[in-house]
Design a binder for this molecule. Structure first.
Ligand code: ZN
Length: 143
């Protein structure tokens, strides 16, 4: 079976609301995201591809730039920081959980699955999401 992977990096901030340690503070990472897909057919296109990498790049990069790049990722229960972000007009997004790499991987998986479906991309199925929070720390999610 073929596995096709496209890699991206983006910068974002977060804090872990209930964590007792350094990550309770507002801070940021340069995240690395790998999106792995598998073909839904046994045969390659006549161009010899599962999917053109540039098509994957276009769809995923737009979603990533618009939604997460230079964004503050917050637990929705983080009322004071949410209010501060609103007051200052900052880009932020609320997670129904702590914005850890593990939760990001699961949420990204769900969002990208929906994005591929809404774009009518039938030749591939999402296989796995890998998120590196640091060069040595990665969380993965697949179903
Ligand atoms: Zn962090």
């Amino acid at each position: 079976m073929y596995f096709i992977t496209k890699e991206f990096t983006f910068d974002a901030g977060h804090r872990l609301l209930y964590y007792k340690g350094a990550c309770h503070n507002l801070h940021g990472h340069t995240y690395k995201l790998q999106v792995t897909v598998v073909p839904t057919s046994e045969t390659l296109s006549k161009d010899g591809m599962v999917i053109d990498f540039s098509i994957m790049k276009g769809i995923i990069k737009k979603w990533l730039d618009e939604t997460y790049d230079h964004c503050m990722m917050l637990n929705v229960e983080d009322m004071k920081v949410k209010e501060l972000c609103r007051d200052l007009g900052l880009k932020w997004i609320g997670f129904p959980c702590e914005p850890t790499a593990e939760n990001m991987a699961r949420i990204f998986y769900s969002e990208l699955k929906g994005l591929f479906a809404s774009q009518g991309i039938a030749s591939i199925a999402l296989s796995k999401i890998d998120i590196w929070e640091t060069p040595t720390s990665k969380a993965s999610y697949y179903e």
